[in-house]
Write a protein that binds this ligand. Structure first.
Ligand code: NI
Length: 170
């Protein structure tokens, strides 16, 4: 296993819509292991393959309600099949470091996907888990939290970000 480099905004790879996984082979399984290790090392509660520069529809999530490792959920080709309610909460992203924003998401979701063994699983989730799953699926579609902010906040973010880039260049 290895800790992979997490791609950061404004890296263009984060904007690519990931392709479905056609076959779960040893390469995919070792990518999942590396993604899991990278998520725990960050530390983060979720990671999409897009964030490590691989355009495949794979995500790992562990909202840390249990001991490390025991709450791990791997979803391949995830699809949200039902949503209920709406809730706004503060959210961050490993690809947009040191930034938090209030983001509106569905409150309860059901997601369907394949697990590591290639078996179809369905998970109904609420609160943080529902939020993280929606966040990671956004990554697989090339969508970042910045895109979910109000236009005014997005402009403020971009201004602040340009300043940071300038400071780093000097
Ligand atoms: Ni993220």
């Amino acid at each position: 296993m290895a800790v992979l480099e997490i791609k950061k905004y404004p890296d263009n790879i984060l904007r690519i819509k990931a392709e479905p996984v056609r076959k779960i082979d040893s390469t995919i399984l070792s990518l999942i292991d590396d993604m899991t290790e990278t998520m725990y090392a960050a530390p983060g509660v979720g990671l999409a393959a897009t964030q490590v520069g691989v355009s495949l529809r794979i995500m790992v999530v562990d909202v840390g309600l249990k001991e490390e490792g025991s709450g791990l959920i791997v979803l391949i080709n995830p699809e949200i099949i039902s949503v209920h309610g709406e809730i706004e909460e503060e959210e961050g992203c490993l690809s947009v470091p040191d930034y938090k924003a209030q983001i509106k998401r569905a409150e309860i979701i059901t997601v369907r996907g394949l697990n590591k063994e290639g078996r179809e699983i369905e998970i109904e989730s609420t609160s943080l888990l529902a939020r993280v799953i929606q966040h990671e699926i956004d990554h697989l579609n090339g969508v970042l939290i910045i895109d979910r902010m109000s236009p005014i906040k997005r402009e403020l973010f971009k201004k602040k970000f340009r300043k940071v880039l300038k400071l780093m260049a000097h």
